[in-house]
Design a protein around this ligand. Structure first.
Ligand code: 13P
Ligand code: SF4
Length: 326
């Protein structure tokens, strides 16, 4: 009797079978996936992937997946020598702040973020001078230099809790003006803000959401809080990328519109095949700089290593750790 051995590639392909053709996966991704899995074992490396990564990264090679908060939390407990951040630069910096002894790699050092680039440490000092005594809450979508000027960080997943934990009637919340305004509406705490926006989420409009509702009757709309307040007002729920995923997992809507970066819908459609995802395709050009080929190269060459100037390390770490303690 002959036994047919399963092709290991069949198992590797399985998680993404719902969103791509097998011959494309074989041609474009399979070699890199096999090489990455081998390199991870050889070098004791882990891959952290943000929810906006494409399915072949998110489902085929990552070890830990999540929103910014989950990635920051998980980064604290890793038993690996090397951390590869499949995400943008500020996420890799946060992982490095929390793991100073580990090698943290980012496959493309130019994977930035319009929010992180929208404010400088000088801007924060000027805000503090203009509003003496008002605490500064900084969204993690910021550079280590800006975090170093900060009392406490927050993510979209814990912003309300962090702001309320301060017990004050007014805070300086930077750099995302829309997140600050959305949290102001939820908490009643006055926000001094900064005019930086996410270039992906600022593109959504209330008229567009209303049009989707007309074209797809019964669709449930969930929006990321980096959207403008008038867009969030059109949604049935608003939360971080992980909170959006939890919402879909628990409510199992028949039809859903995720008002956020569009790889989220691809990744979730594989996990929740009974839900239909209406997909507005707004891509984050920074997240999309991370590719399987880039991750493989990063593990082979151990480039690009993330380093943080020594003067920012302790104050920036303190702001992130204060957030994690809330
Ligand atoms: P989350 O923390 O909700 O994953 O958001 C990060 C981000 O960059 C959204 O644009
Ligand atoms: Fe930055 Fe927006 Fe891209 Fe998130 S989606 S990384 S906030 S530019």
């Amino acid at each position: 009797m002959t036994t047919l051995l399963a092709n290991p590639r069949d198992t590797l392909f399985q998680p993404v079978a719902g969103v791509m053709a097998r011959q494309d996966w074989d041609r474009l991704y399979a070699d890199d996936i096999e090489a990455i899995l081998r390199l991870k074992r050889e070098k004791n490396a882990v891959i952290l992937a943000h929810n906006y990564q494409t399915p072949e990264i998110f489902h085929c090679v990552s070890d830990i997946r999540g929103d910014s908060l989950a990635l920051a939390r998980e980064a604290c407990d890793l038993d690996a020598d090397i951390i590869v951040m499949a995400g943008v630069h500020f996420m890799a910096e946060t992982a490095k702040l929390l793991n100073p002894a580990k090698k943290v790699l980012i496959p493309d050092a130019h994977a930035g973020c319009s929010l992180a680039e929208g404010i400088t440490a000088d801007n924060v000092r000027a805000l503090r001078a203009a509003w003496p005594g008002v605490p500064v809450v900084t969204y993690v979508n910021s550079t280590a230099a800006v975090k170093a000027e900060t009392d406490i960080c927050c993510t979209s997943g814990n912003a309300k809790k962090v702001v309320e934990s301060l017990g004050v009637p007014r805070v300086i919340m930077i750099p995302d003006e829309f997140l600050a305004r959305n949290i102001e509406a939820e908490t009643g705490i006055e926000m001094i803000t900064w005019p930086a926006h996410c270039e992906v989420h600022e593109r959504f409009t209330p008229a567009e959401i209303r049009q989707y509702r007309r074209i797809h009757p019964g669709v449930v709309v969930i929006a990321h809080p980096e959207c403008a307040p008038d867009v969030v007002a059109e949604a049935d729920f608003s939360g971080s990328t992980a909170q959006m995923i939890d919402w879909v997992a628990q409510r199992k809507p028949e039809k859903v519109l995720l008002v956020t970066e569009c790889s989220m819908s691809d990744n979730l459609s594989l996990l929740y095949p009974d839900t239909r995802f209406v997909r507005p395709c707004n891509l984050c050009p920074h997240m999309k700089r991370i590719t399987l080929a880039g991750i493989r190269r990063s593990l082979e060459t151990l480039q690009t290593e993330v380093t943080i100037p020594v003067e920012f390390q302790a104050p920036a770490r303190r702001a992130v750790e204060r957030m994690l303690a809330v």
